[in-house]
Design a binder for this molecule. Structure first.
Ligand code: SAM
Length: 207
């Protein structure tokens, strides 16, 4: 029997092509083998922050995966939510949940193929992390967000320190209304193992 995919496999990949390959295999079991078994609460934390800043409107979920952030948002407010991801298989799993208005494949590091200033909120949970997407993609999220809108992303804290997020945020700062950073737990009280106490920053950028 082949070994189940886990977080360390996800953290050890490097390129967008690696992501496509890994998530093609992980899509069917991600919600149970990863999210449920690790008490993964980050999507709910990101959704709550989105709701704190905007209770309605159009939302783009970037790196939507199987749709956990969309599901959490759907419960909290009245949103029109679109999903984008580099993995067709992850988006197929998300589509079956019937919460997204539109789902489309894109590589956020190369451009999402969406017009400027399209969404009230652009949000992302769990995608700015080891082996996935770095600070260079924040500009693309800002580009598709309306003036007066909000970008809400989680960034794994260890990844933040290794990958120049602070410099990227300092560069953006003069061009936006406000930036706030909130530390949160990625996993809940039931989590065990090496990553159980891992944390993320939720970055809130008001455009
Ligand atoms: C850890 S999962 C998070 C999924 C979901 N947001 C959640 O919190 O459960 C990371 C997701 O980012 C996607 N991803 C990785 N690189 C990407 C890229 N360059 N462009 C768009 N999506 C990407 C993966 O396919 C995967 O679905």
């Amino acid at each position: 029997m082949s070994k189940k995919i886990d977080l360390d496999d996800a953290y050890n990949i490097q390129t967008p092509a690696d992501n496509v390959k890994l998530y093609a295999k992980w899509a069917a079991s991600y919600d149970v083998d990863f999210a449920k078994s690790t008490d993964y609460i980050l999507p709910q934390q990101v959704a709550q922050v989105v709701h704190d800043f905007s209770a309605t409107g159009t939302v783009l979920d970037v790196g939507a995966g199987t749709g956990l952030l969309g599901q959490a948002l759907y419960k909290l407010g009245s949103y029109d939510i679109d999903a984008t991801d580099i993995s067709p298989e992850m988006l197929q799993t998300a589509q079956r949940k019937n919460i997204y208005r539109r789902l489309f494949i894109s590589d956020v590091t190369k451009g999402m193929g969406v017009g400027n200033k399209t969404y009230d909120v652009t949000a992302s949970s769990g995608t700015f992390t080891h082996g996935h997407v770095g600070p260079e993609a924040i500009a693309e999220l800002l580009r598709v967000t309306k003036d007066g809108g909000t970008v809400v992303i989680s960034v794994n804290t260890a990844f933040w320190h290794k990958n120049g997020f602070e410099a990227a945020i300092n560069e953006i700062s003069p061009h936006v209304r406000s930036i706030e950073i909130r530390p949160v737990a990625i996993y809940g009280a039931a989590a065990t193992g090496a990553h159980a106490r891992d944390e993320a920053f939720i970055v809130i950028i008001q455009t």
